[in-house]
Write a protein that binds this ligand. Structure first.
Ligand code: ATP
Ligand code: MG
Length: 664
């Protein structure tokens, strides 16, 4: 573990501040900073009372809890343990008999632009039918079910149906390979896989069921009794007699009424394998009560959800963001949401903006990687610039997944939000279940590139390697001091790894997020500086890779994206290698040399000569996980000139490795 110091961070001090408008403050649920501080003070005064109040207000309990937090077996915390509820009942049944019953729950925007809508009542009927079908197949409370499906209404139905009968789902992103799928099926000991024959992405029909067959054929999946296939397209697929069934057929045979199975609050709602950007995927296990509470509560606080909002979170259900802010949070809150099947660049790179206009979207939540690629597209092709669409329906923007650099933040704020919409930069993780550090739209003054302050009740702090608090302005390790309801419960099947990874002994029992961060001296705002294993040590100077990347991307006329890693160096200990994607074709020869020199001098000017990359390599893209995150561990190998031997099955664009392996 190492800590990034403040020495080289000064150039990234951001002076622009955007206060929420008076009308936004007036209309907001958490209205103004006093309201925020009052909530924080409530949690401070009576921690358990605070969480108990929220859990009673936000969730429908079949059996009320009497105990709030059980700390008897740290760090295996339990919340609301003797309470009973069902997550699907909390997302669907609770709206029946209220005006929400006939409200549109999901606006499904298919890859080809076809729109399908379902109301809450219709969604409940589908979920119940499918839940009955799963039961008829023998799926029981406590069983694990792997879901390998495209973004569709049926994907959400599958998740909701599992939890309705008390089964624990594990969604595997539809872009993962047969091998990655097989490993997850095996690790979870799943009894069934729910998939689709094909998925549609960018106008192409891509096989899913064939990959399931391939994965199961790799062996070790004897626990699987059934494969359920949703027919997304008319194309036929292989069906194994006695094992494989069609979703619509098994549903047709069932009643659309299914009593939800009540479970204890600690019952595992789902297992989700993290994206693997830093190593072997971990099966992050979440609870029913605590997790759902936070998915629901953050809809009110972070997004300040209002009854007429049209909410759109672009994340796939294969990621935690697609769990908390597609499958659970918006439904528990009774929102109307857009579920989008396609890709942001099909049929053109204005698709997101066009879709916002088409459905009069009011809250838009996406990832920096998408924003950066759409900036590049808009700047090279005026036809896909957001100004071609009417985005005035928007009132709030969100960002998640990676630090958003101030330049991208400003572009998003200006060009998408029309300088009218607050941008909530939400820091959180698969392990945290929901937002941790984020502005509140009607309260927090915004600073580009900063996720600002923790939500009420969330005790994030920055400490040194011994767990001691560090002063504002000083970089350190991001921790959470107190347990919170939606925290990871364990790593599925590996409690020791859970303890070791997240609660290392030297950190006083704090939850270790694995990210570095620094708080600003003036406001105490948090800024994430990158993973703690992404800290470089050049001639004794410590700096976060994020700092150098931000500087490079700050050269807005030239650079679209950059990733920085270290490589051992005899002279300086570590040398900086930067991988850069330009806003122009990949340069070669003298042009590449000249541009590299220009960029090195730029970084020297922005941060200081010590941060000058020793080498700059250009590529048309960077190696990314399917969730769009840069895989720095692969870049580290490339920078050292090593062959890439690590698992690349979660990589979106493997061919890019060859291009980046070469020095200019
Ligand atoms: P793995 O744990 O397998 O390496 P991962 O950490 O990428 O994968 P996620 O849980 O999806 O998987 O991502 C959480 C991480 O994403 C955080 O730890 C942080 O590094 C980064 N992150 C998410 N949101 C933000 C944000 N708003 N600002 C900065 N970083 C963010
Ligand atoms: Mg992680």
């Amino acid at each position: 573990m190492s800590v990034s110091s403040s020495a080289v961070q000064s150039t990234l001090v951001e002076n622009r501040v955007f206060e929420p408008s008076a009308s936004t403050v007036a209309a907001a649920r958490v209205s103004g900073m006093e309201a925020y501080h009052a909530l924080c003070a409530e949690a401070e005064r009576d921690y358990e009372g605070f969480w108990a109040r929220l859990a009673r207000e936000q969730l429908v309990w079949h059996k009320p809890f009497t105990q709030v937090l059980d700390e008897s077996n740290k760090p295996f915390y339990k919340w609301f343990q003797d309470g009973e509820l069902n997550a699907s009942a909390n997302c669907l049944d609770r709206h029946i008999g209220t005006p929400t019953e006939h409200k549109t729950a999901i606006i499904f925007e298919a890859d080809d632009g076809t729109v399908t809508k379902v109301t809450y009542k219709e969604l409940l009927a589908k979920v119940s039918q499918f839940a009955n079908a799963l039961k008829a197949m023998g799926v029981q409370k406590g069983d694990r079910v792997v879901i390998y499906m495209p973004m569709t209404i049926e994907g959400v139905v599958a998740m909701q149906a599992c939890v309705r009968i008390g089964a624990t789902h594990s969604v595997v992103f539809g872009g993962f390979s047969a091998k990655a799928l097989q490993e997850r099926i095996q690790d979870a000991g799943a009894v069934a896989v729910i998939t689709a024959n094909y998925q549609m992405r960018g106008g192409k029909e891509l096989p899913l069921k064939a990959i399931v067959d391939e994965g199961l054929a790799l062996g070790g999946c004897d626990s699987i009794k059934n494969v359920v296939v949703f027919q997304r397209t008319a194309s036929p697929c292989n069906l194994v007699a006695g094992r494989d069934v069609l979703m619509h057929e098994v549903m047709a045979a069932q009643s659309s009424v299914c009593a939800p199975e009540m479970v204890g609050a600690e019952h595992p709602l789902f297992i989700l394998y993290t994206s693997g950007s830093t190593g072997k995927p971990k099966g992050v296990q979440h609870s029913t009560g605590g997790y759902l509470l936070w998915a629901r509560q953050t809809m009110d606080w972070t997004f300040d959800l209002q009854p007429n909002d049209v909410f759109w979170c672009t994340a796939d259900i294969g990621w935690v963001t697609g769990h908390s802010y597609v499958a659970y949070g918006p439904l528990a809150a009774g929102a109307t949401q857009i579920v989008f099947e396609g890709v942001p660049t099909f049929p053109h790179a204005g698709r997101f903006w066009q879709t916002i206009e088409k459905h009069r979207c009011t809250i838009f939540y996406t990832a920096p990687t998408a924003i950066r690629s759409l900036i590049k597209a808009a700047e090279t092709d005026a036809k896909v610039h957001p100004k071609n669409w009417d985005l005035t329906s928007l009132r709030l923007l969100g960002s998640v997944g990676e630090p958003i650099n101030p330049e991208a933040w400003m572009w998003y704020y200006r060009n998408i939000g029309g300088e009218r919409c607050p941008v909530v930069d939400t820091f959180w993780q698969t392990e945290t279940g929901g937002h941790m550090i984020t502005p509140l739209p009607g309260a927090t003054p915004l600073v580009p590139g900063s996720c600002t302050l923790p939500l009420p009740g969330i005790s994030t702090a920055i400490v040194d390697e011994m767990g001691n608090d560090v002063a504002n302005g000083q970089g350190g390790i991001l921790v959470v001091k107190k347990p919170w309801p939606s925290m990871i419960r364990t790593i599925w099947g590996d409690p020791q790894r859970f303890k070791k990874s997240y609660f290392p002994e030297e950190l006083k029992g704090y939850y270790l997020a694995g990210d570095g961060a620094v708080r600003s001296e003036d406001r105490g705002y948090f800024r994430i500086t990158g993973r703690i294993d992404d800290v470089l040590n050049v001639s004794g100077h410590r700096m976060g890779t994020m700092e150098i990347e931000s500087a490079l991307v700050g050269k807005t006329d030239l650079v679209a994206e950059a990733a920085v890693v270290g490589r051992p160096d005899d002279l300086t200990g570590e040398a900086i290698v930067a991988f850069v994607v330009l806003k122009r074709p990949v340069p070669t020869g003298d042009e590449a040399k000249a541009l590299a020199t220009e960029l090195r001098n730029w970084v020297a000017k922005e941060i200081g000569p010590i941060a000058k990359p020793k080498e700059i390599r250009f590529g048309e893209n960077l190696p990314k996980t399917r969730s769009g995150k840069i895989m720095r561990r692969l870049l580290r190998s490339l920078a050292k000139g090593e062959a890439v031997t690590q698992d690349t099955s979660t990589l979106e664009n493997p061919h890019i490795l060859e291009q980046l392996a070469k020095s200019n």
